[in-house]
Design a protein around this ligand. Structure first.
Ligand code: BGC
Length: 378
């Protein structure tokens, strides 16, 4: 604990304030600050940035743009870290299933790691059986980003992906802004330009547990999704191309329901994904401004999160492949269903699916995407 925080607590104790009160006061101010968070095998120093605003405190690594910690208050004002992760850099490099990371150049799977653009075929690394997942084995989650403070509670992260990196054509200049608003909402703005035609699909891979990371499973969390359709997958989790109706299936989250209610239904799609691991087709479609996609509520803590996005899709992944082999930030082991991802995106495998919204980016165009996570407690 820093001397100043110790002093704050000592002073607060004298004034009869609780630790939780001190926490929320500390969360509402101060410019972004950085501290060392270890180094990579080649000696590259990794920094961890802290932003605080309106009860939310966010910690971000220069490695992978990783959200290492996201603290929000419960209904009693007690803050907890609601994002799965690690307390040091090494497991992020060697073991992480993309905890908190920025994902690129292409979020989710591309079938057989292959696509054709303007008559040229491109081959990507196969890092998920016969497919390419999340930009390949050294995607944006494994890159060191240039991080600079932007405003009182914001960061700008920049990364230039070279032409041919992970098999993708075109030099891609990427900028991601992480901002905490006055009310403590967490906003992510993505932007990218290219010098040759390419495909882009950026997202954030935070694993949420609104009861606090390491506290157990998320099956009692109530989820609602603004999606009347989803994209069913084959045995390798590649979309079949169909936009199937959710009505009458376990995939119907149009009205909030506990995630665990139907997860053991034996539906073929749930068996393939070992739970929910599917792209939901948002009814709102692509929008110029972020619109509501998802609401997540933990009845035990009262923490509530809404997600608004400009994207047409959302990958709901119920943490199926967490298997008790990773020890998280607070020293507790993560088991299946201990966190869930709500990844706003274009649909998986779009470069091979002519009927899906296009993910092609050409020189002169700017890729833009925005997602806002808003927090409340009740
Ligand atoms: C994918 C899952 C994958 C997970 C972690 C999700 O976005 O849909 O299939 O296991 O990321 O890699």
């Amino acid at each position: 604990m820093s001397t100043s925080r110790r002093t704050v607590i000592a002073t607060a104790a004298a004034a009869g304030l609780t630790a939780a009160t001190v926490g929320s006061a500390a969360a509402s101010g101060g410019a972004p600050r950085s501290e060392p968070f270890g180094q990579l095998a080649d000696g590259t120093e990794i920094s961890r940035w802290t932003l605080a605003r309106g009860g939310t405190r966010l910690k971000v690594l220069s490695y992978g743009g990783i959200v290492q910690s996201l603290e929000i208050p419960d209904r009693a004002g007690r803050r907890a870290n609601v994002s799965l992760g690690f307390d040091r850099i090494d497991p992020y490099v060697t073991d992480s299933p993309y905890f908190g990371a920025l994902i690129g150049r292409y979020g989710n799977r591309i079938a057989r790691g292959r696509f054709t653009l303007d008559g040229t075929e491109y081959q990507l690394p196969l890092n998920d059986g016969q497919n390419s997942l999340h930009g390949g084995d050294a995607g944006f989650d494994k890159r060191v980003w240039d991080v600079t403070p932007n405003g009182p509670a914001g960061l700008t992260l920049r990364y230039t992906s070279q032409d041919g990196e992970m098999g993708y054509p075109g030099t891609l200049d990427v900028r991601v802004d992480y901002t905490l608003t006055d009310s403590g909402d967490f906003r992510i703005d993505y932007e990218a330009t290219t010098d040759a035609p390419t495909v882009v699909n950026l997202t954030s891979h935070i694993y949420f547990n609104l009861a606090g990371e390491g506290s157990g499973g998320i099956y009692d969390h109530r989820l609602s999704l603004g999606a009347g359709r989803y994209t069913p997958v084959d045995a390798t989790l590649i979309p079949t191309g169909e936009l199937a109706r959710v009505a009458g299936t376990p995939f119907d989250f149009r009205r909030a329901k506990p995630i665990g209610r139907d997860i053991r239904e034996g539906h073929e799609q749930l068996i393939r994904g070992q739970g929910f691991d599917h792209n939901f087709v948002l009814d709102k479609g692509i929008t110029g401004r972020p619109e509501r996609a998802a609401t997540l509520y933990d009845p035990a803590s009262g923490r509530l999160m809404t997600i608004d996005t400009t994207e047409p899709g959302l990958q709901f992944y119920s943490g199926n492949f967490l298997d008790g082999t990773l020890t998280g930030t607070s020293g507790r082991v993560y088991r299946q269903g201990d966190g869930l991802c709500l990844e706003t995106q274009h649909f998986p495998d779009s470069p091979n699916q002519p009927d899906f919204p296009s993910t092609v980016l050409r020189p002169g165009q700017t890729y833009r995407s925005t997602t806002v996570h808003s927090f409340a407690a009740r």
